[in-house]
Design a protein around this ligand. Structure first.
Ligand code: ADP
Length: 362
């Protein structure tokens, strides 16, 4: 049973750079939490404050309701996995995994039990006598994971552990880490700049920007109800389309179009006066053909077609210099560059943000 609480945590480095602002988060027992955001947004700093590798400038860190601010890293019972595997090149896989336990003066038999069990879990049993240089990148990262597992720590902290691997291996290791978490149930915080990793692995995602939390939510909450334009644009590939518009008396107007949204009960409330808004539409929510709910018609001129096999990304000129991207199945055949196409939107699937603040209106 391990919970973590971050309360009003701030980090100001010695050079007066504030890397983290007022970070608040309650992490439940066994949760897999992913911190995601662009480089420099404060993910690693937050992780390192939890590990005890960085001092907390202000605020509190609790593990199982116990204040940890002044507790030394080795007494926090946390295991870390980094981007660089940091394996000892002169030691075998077995020795690499056993090393930390030896330092902690565990019995030889206990060490052996833990190393063999972890090796089995990670399919490393056949490689226990090899040195790291005779392993693939994926295997090396598994050894690094193994080293964390044998610790039987209360918490795993992982900082971009898959960034050094090629794309295919990353996908495979993503699944392995998820399966591992299902077996071990260890409360985990995983840092990445890769939104696909965040979406595919997390119980809950913490989206960060410029040291501030932007949103905390399940992958579905983050994807379907992004709290602001930043989150909406950061999560999802291709990115959400954004179109400037006005919200007035139950209508959204953009370009030459006027979309009636007054019949959406929860949306009526916001219709007082005119408001500058940004309309957000995911690429998969714009269709080439009308269908159930997809009955609002717009028009665009095809300027590029990317055939990716299982899907096709179509770039369209929408109004003047404004482009739209739409994502369709890979089976589109009767489309040509230069063609002006009718497109269909389901008004229920649009996102509306306030232009001034970028915050979600609904
Ligand atoms: P991320 O992990 O999201 O890429 P970091 O937490 O590493 O971001 O960095 C957040 C900010 O803090 C950045 O502006 C970075 O330059 C700054 N920073 C990180 N480490 C230090 C340090 N030791 N001293 C001063 N500034 C730092």
């Amino acid at each position: 049973m391990t919970t973590i609480k971050l309360e009003n945590m701030n980090k100001i480095y010695d050079n007066n750079v504030q890397a983290v602002f007022d970070f608040n988060l309650d992490i439940e027992d066994q949760e897999f939490i992913v911190f995601v955001g662009p480089s420099g947004c404060g993910k690693s700093t937050t992780l390192r404050m939890i590990a005890g590798l960085e001092e907390i400038s202000s605020g509190n860190l609790f593990i199982n309701d116990k204040l940890m601010n002044e507790v030394s890293p080795k007494d926090r019972n946390i295991a870390m996995v980094f981007q660089s595997y940091a394996l000892y090149p002169h030691m075998t896989v077995y020795e690499n995994m056993a090393f930390g336990l030896k330092l902690r003066k565990l019995e030889k038999d206990e060490i052996d039990l833990r190393v063999r069990k972890a090796a089995e879990m990670l399919q490393l049993t056949d490689y226990l006598d090899r040195k790291p240089k005779a392993l693939s990148g994926g295997q090396r990262q598994r050894v690094a994971l193994g080293r964390a597992i044998v610790r039987q720590a209360d918490i795993f902290l992982m900082d971009e552990p898959l960034s050094n691997l090629d794309a295919k291996l990353r996908v495979q290791m993503r699944t392995e880490i998820t399966l591992l978490h299902e077996k071990l149930h260890t409360t985990t915080i995983y840092v990445t700049h890769d939104q696909v990793e965040a979406m595919s692995m997390a119980d809950r995602i913490v989206v960060m920007k410029d040291g501030y939390i932007q949103q905390v939510g399940t992958p579905d909450e983050i994807y379907y109800s992004p709290t602001n334009i930043f989150v909406a644009s950061f999560i999802g590939t291709p990115a959400m389309n954004f179109i400037d518009g006005d919200l007035e008396d139950g209508y959204i107007s953009f370009n030459k179009y006027k979309m009636d949204i007054s019949h959406f009960p929860e949306k009526i409330k916001l219709q007082e006066g005119t408001k500058k808004i940004v309309l957000g539409i995911r690429p998969e929510d714009i269709k080439l053909y009308p269908g159930q709910g997809y009955d609002f018609e717009i028009e665009g001129k095809i300027i590029n077609i990317e055939k990716l096999g299982d899907e096709t990304i179509i770039h369209l000129e929408f109004s003047g210099n404004k482009n739209l991207q739409i994502k369709t199945s890979g089976k589109e055949r009767d489309i040509d560059i230069g063609e002006v196409k009718k497109l269909y939107i389901n008004p229920y699937f649009i996102h509306i943000f306030e232009a001034k603040t970028g915050n979600r209106l609904f």
